[in-house]
Design a protein around this ligand. Structure first.
Ligand code: GLN
Length: 272
């Protein structure tokens, strides 16, 4: 694990070690403390060495393990979907806070990726009818697998929001964590994100970074039911611009929320 020290802080390397130990050998940290002889077993085998090699190539541990935690649930992930982020979990929790648990609401997640948002919502809102769309069929395969494994019904479908002018159904909540990182912001990102996560889910043109917000905002004007809500994850540097865009479309009670890191990260707006 020495080769990793120039890439990751020690605490992170330790957590990689224990995650791999559990995934590959079903052993936990406590097992090693209780049975020190296990340390000499032959488990640093090929599987372990391969995982180390992938870590050296800055492959995120979630892709190596094939899973990621989100809102207390375990989601299957691969390189066709973004790894669910803690800030996106906060967005999902904000939606839950804004709704009555037993309300029979219709929800649509646009650009669903692993399906972490709609599946989390479907788990908690038992009366809701939940949908998720994505332009990537490969992402949808993962999302469908996750819904099945986690035992919820979410209707996933393939759809490109940028090339459409209307949605067929109406919803009480529309939510999206669209691509919002400008290409010019790329240098500030870590190698594990840049080398392995899907660009399709991350980046937008500097010339028009709000393209998804404008488009989804417009779709919402007809697809949101009265008093329906729009939720977005946003680029921390573009909160004002997203607010203004929604304001111009006459959305109401627009509010921006910070994430756990203190950055402007999400927005909620009501349709009239
Ligand atoms: N928050 C993600 C990141 O910083 C970006 C997610 C997105 O573009 N929707 O890597």
């Amino acid at each position: 694990m020495q080769k990793l020290t120039h890439l990751y802080p020690e605490t992170e390397i330790n957590s990689f070690f224990y995650l791999l130990l559990e995934k590959l050998y079903g052993k936990r940290q406590i097992d090693l403390s209780l049975h020190p002889e296990l340390r000499n077993k032959d488990w640093p085998d090929e599987a372990f060495r391969n995982a180390l090699k992938e870590l050296e190539q800055e492959k995120p541990i979630q892709y190596i393990l094939g899973e990621a935690e989100f809102a207390g649930l375990t989601f299957m992930v691969n390189e066709h979907v973004l790894i669910p982020r803690p800030e996106t979990e906060e967005l999902a929790l904000w939606i839950l806070e804004s709704l009555d648990e037993n309300a029979p609401v219709g929800i649509l997640d646009l650009g669903t990726g692993s399906g972490c948002i709609p599946i989390t919502l479907a788990k908690r809102l038992t009366m809701a009818e939940v949908h998720g769309l994505d332009v990537s069929e490969r992402a949808l395969e993962i999302a469908r697998g996750n819904a099945e494994t986690l035992g919820v019904q979410v209707h996933f479908f393939n759809f490109d929001v940028l090339t459409t002018d209307s949605l067929e159904e109406t919803y009480d909540v529309m939510v999206s964590n669209p691509p919002y990182v400008r290409w010019s912001e790329k240098e500030q990102m870590r190698g594990n994100v840049l080398k392995h996560e899907p660009e399709l889910a991350l980046f937008v043109d500097d010339a028009d970074p709000l393209v998804f917000y404008r488009k989804i905002g417009r779709l919402g004007l007809s697809a949101l039911r009265p008093n329906g809500m729009l939720f977005f994850e946003i680029n921390e540097n573009l909160a004002e611009q997203v607010s203004e865009t929604l304001d111009r479309m006459s959305y109401q009670s627009i509010s921006v929320r910070k994430d756990i890191y203190g950055k402007d990260r999400m927005i909620r707006a009501y349709k009239k």
